[in-house]
Design a protein around this ligand. Structure first.
Ligand code: 13P
Ligand code: SF4
Length: 322
């Protein structure tokens, strides 16, 4: 039996050796598999490229294959499609959304921006194609401060993450950013009180946090950065114990690069749930990945009029980040 042979017991025709079948299909389809650090370890291990939001957008801008399989959330795949209108972009699960993108309806944001005549719009990449299309510039967590500097001295709306906006404002010494009040459900659930208690038990630990976290959590962080920044710091840090306030998918890369480190998840408000796993990111499974490569669906498509408008602020970000 070849690795791609269907398992007779499975009505969906899933093969027994999913990993090998996915790799075979990827080759047959002339596809590239891009994955975010918040994916399950087994998905990360099959990917051609694993990265943070900026690195994934940069990778998507350089592909020369027929098919992009995006293992991340919808806005990331949409960005890949905006950059690659003539390539097929598929995702394992179309329902993989994002609380930031979903909490910023384009018409509501348009009305919000119109309340501030003359203001420019800097949008975090965690937003819909329609929001990108009305933006002056896009940023990710790893380049947000640099992108905001483009608007020194100008009134600026920052959408849709209020925590990232506050952190950027603090870095720039700007208290005049006009902020859309969105938040990430994963990063907002970290408990500052329980983190303080944990730090007492591990005084030697270094605390690494993502800027989507609440200020009371960031106040306790030794290092604040995007997922790539957190992973690189965890590996390079002299500290043996690290408390990490971001989605725990990043642990996989750190464990591979620095297996000697002790990694501790920053505690959430609710002790009983695995809330530091993004419920949207984790919709992508190996089974759905196999099916989307086999059937080349669900595809991610963007109406051309919106795509063209959304491309300009993304390309501007990529040019400023190279
Ligand atoms: P980065 O990939 O920029 O670290 O952002 C994390 C995130 O929440 C993506 O949805
Ligand atoms: Fe969105 Fe938060 Fe999930 Fe990232 S971790 S995709 S910001 S909900």
């Amino acid at each position: 039996m070849t690795s791609a042979s269907p398992n007779a017991a499975d009505p969906r025709g899933l093969p027994e050796d999913l990993e090998s079948a996915i790799l075979e299909l990827k080759h047959e389809r002339n596809a590239v598999l891009l994955a975010h650090y918040y994916q399950e370890s087994e998905v990360q291990d099959l990917a051609d490229f694993v990265g943070d939001s900026l690195a994934l957008a940069q990778a998507a801008s350089r592909v020369d294959v027929d098919v992009i399989v995006f293992c991340g959330v919808h806005f990331m795949a949409e960005t890949a499609k905006i950059l690659n209108p003539d390539r097929t972009v598929v995702v394992p699960d179309l329902e993989a959304g994002c609380s930031l993108a979903d909490g910023c309806p384009p018409n509501d944001l348009r009305a919000f921006v119109q309340q501030h005549p003359g203001a420019k719009l800097l949008s975090y990449i965690n937003c819909s194609a329609e929001v990108k299309a009305m933006s002056d510039l896009i940023c990710t967590s790893s380049n947000a401060v640099k992108m905001a500097r483009e608007f020194d001295g100008e009134p600026l709306v920052f959408a849709p993450d209020r925590h990232l906006a506050r952190w950027v404002g603090n870095q720039l010494g700007r208290d005049d950013l006009i902020v859309w009040p969105g938040a990430c459900i994963v990063h907002e659930q970290f408990s500052a009180k329980r983190l303080a208690q944990l730090r007492v038990r591990h005084p030697e630990a270094e605390v690494l946090a993502h800027p989507e976290c609440d200020q009371a959590v960031l106040d306790q962080a030794d290092f604040i950065a995007s997922t790539t920044g957190i992973i690189d710091r965890a590996v390079a840090s002299p500290a043996k114990t690290l408390i990490i306030a971001t989605e725990d998918g990043v642990f996989h890369q750190i464990e591979q690069r620095a297996p000697e480190k002790e990694l501790i998840q920053a505690p959430g408000i609710d002790e009983s749930c695995a809330c530091n796993q993004c419920p949207f990111m984790r919709l992508n499974t190996l089974e759905k990945l196999f099916l989307c490569l086999r059937d080349l669906k669900p595809t991610v498509d963007v109406p051309e009029e919106i795509r063209v408008k959304a491309l300009a602020p993304i390309e501007r970000m990529l040019a400023l980040s190279s």
